[in-house]
Design a binder for this molecule. Structure first.
Ligand code: ZN
Length: 481
């Protein structure tokens, strides 16, 4: 590394990192890895190039974009999904890769576990203006000390600001300079020191370390008079109203009518020296308040005419990540639920002249033209339906079988036994895989062949994974091999 004192030759370092990443990409391209394989390579060999310098040097947005693009294009390979999906959480239908900016920010946060240990220059700069017992309420705008120190503080500030998006962390979020507090209809208002009515420089630490919980007592908002009295902050009444109105909107969206004030301790825990890794920081910055069904599952439910709840969507979206499944199954699973399988109805939209009709119906010379949609191909097709029914009739008892619905087959099963539900979910996946395989050989599916294929998959997984073995045993399904 050849960084000069004033960090003059930064860009040169970034170019070197990019070159190294390109080297890794070149080396691994030769192996034509599966999707899970490429994800593992990215996690092991690409992020590690960034980690060393990136955990203290502030890369600019342009540079972060370049890194993200490198990782994205390598991991995606020929998979046709949006960049947003590459970096989205798995439960949200993404691949769960770390967005580089957020990843490096959380790495920077880990430095702060050692903040109070020795008296290094950068630590003094930071501690000078904060409440020593709650020093994580720092503000970038309040430290002097060059780009690196500012970058470190900015990372913690961003993370602590994000606390306001989640129930668990809400009470610990920082108020001053927190741009995630929605001051509606009053744009231009910044929650800066002036807003809080600063009179003397000594008040700054008090204002910086102001957190949501300071505004409440037993879950109820403090009156303006009480707040000024308790906090010693001389905010004017109008500004206090603006602030509390905005914070109340957030509180209500997270807690509704519930009036509780949980213990404030989570952040402290993360900054303990014994804490490991940076995932906890990344998770806070990544928080989102709205609960919703991820976009990919909304579309999947539409194209399969199924009802899939938010809770079920989370199970389906992490299914491909089960590490006891083989890479082939995992890749198929991801494509299926992300609506990127090359079914004719989809391909015909991109390739002019390509048929949109069902492959099986074509082979079987069915006169009526049926579009090869996910619903038709995997369930309604007159060649697929008997296979699905045959398989599940073999595995379920009569009573369970009559209860089975299309939404179970495309979503998740709803029996009381979670292990049973999970095994059935995987059997439904392997059934779809069998149909997909028959299609790729241009042959019609056959009942016994399908059941053999599925039992073979179950057997392999059963022998290789204790976790799956236990699931199968607890499921009490009729599985024999
Ligand atoms: Zn068909």
């Amino acid at each position: 590394m050849e960084i000069s004192n004033n960090l003059g030759n930064y860009d040169q370092e970034v170019d070197k990192i990019i070159q190294k990443m390109d080297g890794v990409v070149r080396d691994f391209k030769r192996f034509s890895l599966s999707l899970p394989g490429r994800i593992n390579v990215a996690k092991t060999f690409l992020y590690s190039q960034l980690n060393y310098l990136g955990s203290f040097i502030p890369f600019n947005n342009e540079q972060i974009k370049r890194f993200n693009a490198k990782i994205e294009s390598f991991v995606k390979g020929s998979l046709n999904i949006s960049s947003k999906r590459v970096f989205a959480k798995k439960t949200e239908g993404g691949l769960g890769l770390f967005e580089v900016g957020n990843f490096l920010n959380s790495q920077k946060c880990t430095w702060f576990r050692y903040l109070t240990e020795n008296n290094d220059y950068w630590k003094e700069k930071i501690l000078k203006n904060v409440n020593y017992n709650e020093w994580w309420y720092v503000s970038e705008s309040n430290v002097s000390g060059g780009t690196i120190v500012k970058g470190l503080v900015g990372a913690v500030e961003k993370m602590v600001n994000s606390c306001i998006k989640d129930r668990k962390f809400f009470w610990e979020s920082k108020l001053a300079y927190n741009n995630l507090i929605p001051i509606r209809g009053r744009r231009g208002i910044t929650l800066d020191y002036e807003f809080f009515g600063i009179a003397a420089i000594e008040e700054i630490p008090r204002i910086i370390s102001l957190k949501t919980s300071t505004l409440y007592i037993n879950g109820v908002l403090l009156s303006w008079e009480n707040f000024v009295h308790i906090s010693g902050i001389n905010i004017n009444r109008g500004n206090y109203m603006i602030l509390t109105r905005a914070v109340e909107i957030l509180r209500a969206s997270l807690y509704g009518e519930e009036r509780i004030q949980p213990e404030v301790k989570f952040l402290k825990k993360f900054f303990k020296k014994e804490s490991k890794g940076s995932k906890c920081f990344r998770d806070i910055t990544n928080l989102r308040t709205e609960r919703y069904i991820p976009h990919n599952i909304v579309k999947f439910a539409q194209t399969t005419d199924s009802v899939i709840s938010e809770e079920q969507s989370q199970i389906i979206n992490v299914l491909w990540d089960m590490n006891f499944l083989d890479n082939h199954t995992r890749t198929f699973c991801f494509k299926l639920h992300n609506n990127t399988l090359g079914l004719n109805s989809r391909v015909s939209k991109f390739v002019r002249g390509h048929t949109s009709n069902c492959t099986f119906c074509n082979i079987g010379e069915i006169a009526e033209e049926m579009k090869e949609t996910p619903l038709h191909f995997f369930y309604n097709c007159e060649y697929s339906e008997p296979v699905v029914m045959y398989t599940f009739r073999e595995i379920l008892n009569e009573n369970d079988f009559v209860q089975m619905t299309r939404s179970d087959f495309f979503g998740t099963f709803k029996f009381d036994n979670d292990d049973k539900n999970m095994v059935l979910c995987l059997i439904a996946l392997w059934t779809k895989m069998y149909l997909w395989k028959a299609r790729s050989f241009n042959t019609l599916p056959v009942n016994e062949q399908a059941l053999n294929y599925i039992m073979e998959k179950i057997k392999d997984t059963y022998e290789n994974s204790k976790k799956f073995r236990n699931m199968v045993i607890n499921s009490e399904l009729r599985i024999r091999f």
